[in-house]
Design a protein around this ligand. Sequence first.
Ligand code: GRF
Length: 212
Amino acid sequence: MKQFCKNYFYLRQVKNLKHRIAIFASGTGTNAKKIIEHFISSDKITVALIVCNKPHAGVFNIADQYQIPALLIEKKKFVEGNHYTDELKNAGITFIVLAGFLWKLPAPLIRAYQNKIVNIHPALLPRYGGKGMYGHYVHEAVIQSAEKESGITIHYVDELYDHGQHILQVTCPVLPDDTPEKLAKRIQLLEHEYYPKVIEEIILRNEPASSE
Ligand code: GRF
């Protein structure tokens, strides 16, 4: 009986923690940190893995800080075939969050996680997106074009850069005395506020967790 109870509670625990996120990041990882913190006490969703392509990226320190396993990936293995797709599946990853990840995802990975990969972009797509449009390049281009508004776009990921179906856009003003740094700060606040909540909503909406 004792053994039965132990197994039963173990199974319930595993069942409730069925949504396992891998966060892919290439840089500092401030979004990764906010997402980890958002789910830290969730009984339905957990950040199970950090995936990074740069050996000295700040996101490794965040993984350490929260004791989350981290995987450094190699370009050749990543772009060719299924190597990391299998690794993610074996680690029980059910959802992928891109948070400042700069490589394009290979087709087998996108197919394996259809509608289960999201990205955030620091501008109002479809403008100011695509290859090479990241970080300060985005904000410089927005200011140079004298835009009155910028913001964030959260979207599903397909095989093109910054291209999948939009999930949410939130705007903010571009002020007359804005520098790329000032605008970046304003946009970062929006990212930190909205990204974790949107991820939670999508995961629970697509695959409602057991009410047991
Ligand atoms: C964010 O601005 C995000 O929109 C973009 O990459 C940046 C990542 O920043 N995709 P951080 O490393 O999370 O601070």
